[in-house]
Every structure is written in structure tokens, then in C-alpha cells.
Design a protein around this ligand. Structure first.
Ligand code: DGL
Length: 214
């Protein structure tokens, strides 16, 4: 099995790591676009162009599945990519609103994601489908991907955001950007059991299994 994993930056490595654990004998190739990261503050047309250009090596027909390990690229490009490459299988990553809606007891959740993801039509549809009854808090995380990419994030950058989510009653915090997977433990430590932190690494492996029946 051959999988291609794409992200704008280091977020993809968290997904590639989970896939390597699930499929130790698979060939897992990763591409990131370190020179253009972050994508989260770019326009839809820029995100499409950058993503489409970056994943060209995966589009030679030899990859069983291309995984867009990036909420932002998924939100903006996956529909168009599926239309343009109908015989290629793609898996995308989206904020886990549905799972959060099942887990929350307070009906208040926090969604940490990039501005491009939060303003996308796909995200609006997710909220409409699974989150209409929820109070969804979307804090400003617009600097996080850049800081994580450049290894500059620290507790001070995220503490007030996470505290404020918990203080406002969020009992589930959705990590809607794969870069944030790298600070999941720090977020959990700050939340201090007041909220569960969810992200989709394991769900992606399950989806790969379903798609190619391994
Ligand atoms: N890791 C990406 C995501 O999941 C985006 C980070 C960025 O490039 O802004 O949304």
C-alpha cells in the first residue's frame, strides 16, 4: 500500500506517524509546503494553487490514497480535487464537530482552527449538520500554526485561550488544525480535566482501512 500525506507544514507529520503505527508495512510518503506555511491566513484561490502544486508528485496514479492531513487544505480544495481527479482516492481532515456533539454534556464546545477553515463553506455545513444545538466557541488561534511550525509556541501563547474556553463551559475542545496535535498534551494539561481534547489521527487510519479494505 502506498499513501501520500500532505500538509502545509509539520502538522502532516503527526498524521503520518499515526498511519505508520497503523500500517507498518505501508509506504508512506510525506510532502509539506514549509516555504508557504501557514495556509490558514491565505485566500481560497491561493490555498488551492499551493496545495495543487505541492501534491503533484502524488498525482501520478501510483498512490492508493492521498491524505490531505490539513484541515485548511481539505476545507478549501478537496471537492475540487475530487472532481478534477475522479479516479484518485482522497481522504481529508475536518474539525470533529460530530464527535464533539456526542461527547459534550454542557452543549458548549471549543473549536481551535485556522481562519480559512473557520470561514469555509465545508465548515459551515459541518456546523449546520451536527452543531446547530451547540454553543460553539471559535477562539482566535490565527498565530498558532506559524508559532508551532517555527517551534516558538509556549504555554503563555495558549494558556489564556484554553482557560477562557473552559471558563465559558466548553467541555470538549476540537483541534481543527493538524499543527495543534503537537501541543495536545499541553492543551490537556491547561484544561486540567475540565475539557476533553479531540483530534482525528486515529479516525484517519480507520478511514484508510475502509477505503482500501486492508
Ligand atoms: N495544519 C494545517 C491545518 O490542519 C494548517 C496550518 C496552516 O498552514 O495554517 O489546518
Amino acid at each position: 500500500m502506498k499513501l501520500g500525506v500532505f500538509d502545509s507544514g509539520v502538522g502532516g507529520a503527526s498524521i503520518a506517524l499515526a498511519l505508520t503505527r497503523s500500517f507498518p508495512s505501508a509506504q508512506i510518503d510525506s510532502i509539506n509546503d514549509h516555504k508557504n506555511v501557514p495556509y490558514g491566513d491565505k485566500s481560497d484561490s491561493q490555498v488551492f494553487l499551493l496545495t495543487h502544486t505541492a501534491i503533484q508528485p502524488f498525482l501520478d496514479g501510483t498512490y492508493d490514497v492521498i491524505i490531505l492531513a490539513c484541515n485548511t487544505a481539505t476545507a478549501v480544495t478537496i471537492d475540487q480535487l475530487r472532481n478534477q481527479y475522479p479516479s484518485q482516492k482522497f481522504i481529508g481532515i475536518e474539525p470533529m464537530i460530530k464527535t464533539a456533539s456526542h461527547l459534550t454534556k454542557s452543549n458548549t464546545i471549543g473549536v481551535c482552527a485556522t481562519p480559512a477553515t473557520l470561514s469555509s463553506r465545508r465548515y459551515a455545513k459541518l456546523v449546520q449538520t451536527y452543531g446547530q444545538h451547540l454553543d460553539i466557541i471559535e477562539p482566535d488561534c490565527s498565530q498558532w500554526a506559524y508559532l508551532i511550525e517555527n517551534n516558538q509556541i509556549n504555554r503563555a501563547h495558549i494558556e489564556s485561550t484554553i482557560r477562557s474556553l473552559c471558563d465559558r463551559g466548553a467541555d470538549v475542545i476540537v483541534l481543527g488544525c493538524t499543527h495543534y496535535h503537537w501541543i495536545k498534551e499541553l492543551i490537556a494539561e491547561i484544561a486540567d480535566n475540565r475539557a476533553v481534547i479531540i483530534e482525528p489521527s486515529e479516525a484517519i487510519s480507520r478511514r484508510v482501512r475502509q477505503l482500501i479494505a486492508v
